[in-house]
Design a protein around this ligand. Structure first.
Ligand SMILES: Nc1nc2c(ncn2[C@@H]2O[C@H](COP(=O)(O)OP(=O)(O)OP(=O)(O)O)[C@@H](O)[C@H]2O)c(=O)[nH]1
Ligand SMILES: [Mg+2]
Length: 302
């Protein structure tokens, strides 16, 4: 990736992979740099399940951020695929951004990832994120502990939420890019298919309304998109769960839960598409879908 091609203009371009524990704010940071919602975000760990390329453009550069699942111990076929994907993407990128949490400091999980990165043949930068949440002394301690990891060329205190520190981080990341061609059209923001983008917007609403095991047990599949009228998109999606009781929770008393997910997801999709949306949701039990390689293939989790 990122080689100089003979006929390309003198452009800095390349791929920076985001590594970090679940929930440290990788997707929030990717969205902030791209300036668009390319990845869904939630307060539950293990929100991101796919490698998502988000594209940021500037004068003379194109930075492609690869948002990745949080690094964790695999428990089933789903999380195994997620971790393999992380390792493949880290090995192929031009650079890596390790994201840690300013308030929580550096723990065993961060040290484990730092060891992985030490073996990857790419320059590493660290973002100490969520500084808006941490006392100044706490942030200073995390910055010092991040330096002790001894893997990164540079360390930046940032808040992906407020934007604090982000311009310096971005300038640095652009600086580590090799010269190369533009990999994406200027108008393109992500490499995800329309069906996955829409399914993820629905899943984001599920994540914000569920807890414990349920957020991990739900996947969303968009089955049909059509245009009954030019200004109206009709989307049919299925929420997959693993058990009848999870299905019951998602539907909720008198159908209230699924209704609330549907209304919020429809609004989010309308915002993204800029058109009216008719969203039809169904809930279906698919036992052990997280262990089913064929289902994971079909969902594009690879
Ligand atoms: N206060 C604060 N919250 C943040 C910041 N960045 C992210 N968050 C919150 O942290 C939570 C996790 O954010 P995500 O971006 O989904 O985290 P992630 O690292 O992509 O998580 P996984 O996909 O599960 O690995 C969400 O509730 C975000 O709103 C920040 O700079 N400040
Ligand atoms: Mg994420």
């Amino acid at each position: 990736m990122g080689q100089l091609s003979a006929d390309a203009p003198a452009t800095r371009s390349g791929f920076v992979a985001l590594a970090g524990r679940p929930n440290v704010g990788k997707s929030t940071l990717a969205n902030a740099i791209v300036g668009a919602k390319v990845a869904i975000v939630s307060d539950k760990p293990q929100t991101t399940r796919r490698a998502i390329r988000g594209v940021a453009n500037g004068p003379g550069w194109q930075l492609i951020l690869i948002d990745l699942p949080g690094v964790q111990r695999p428990r089933d076929a789903l999380t195994e695929r997620m971790q393999h994907r992380v390792e493949r993407e880290l090995a192929d990128a031009d650079g890596c951004l390790l994201v840690v949490n300013a308030q929580q400091g550096i723990g065993p999980g961060d040290r484990f990832i730092a060891e992985l990165l030490r073996r990857a043949p790419v320059p590493v930068t660290i973002a100490v994120n969520k500084i808006d949440r941490a006392e100044q002394a706490r942030t200073a301690a995390t910055l010092a502990a991040a330096a002790e990891l001894d893997v990164a060329d540079e360390i930046f205190p940032v808040s992906a939420r407020t934007g604090a520190g982000m311009p310096s981080l971005l300038a640095h990341l652009v600086g580590v890019l090799p010269h190369g061609p533009l990999y994406f059209d200027a108008a393109q923001r992500s490499d995800q298919s329309p069906t996955v983008i829409l399914a993820e917007l629905v899943r984001e609403q599920v994540l914000s309304r569920t807890r414990e095991e349920l957020p991990h047990a739900v996947e969303v599949e968009v089955e049909e998109i059509d245009y009954p009228r030019p200004e109206l998109v009709r989307i049919q999606a299925v929420l997959l769960t693993e058990t009848e009781s999870q299905k019951g929770i998602l539907i909720g008393a008198g159908g209230r839960m699924i209704k609330s997910i549907g209304v919020a997801a429809r609004r989010a999709i309308e915002r993204e598409l800029g058109t009216r949306v008719h969203l039809e949701l169904a809930v279906s039990v698919r036992r052990h879908w997280r262990a089913d390689e064929r289902v994971l293939d079909r969902l594009g989790i690879e």
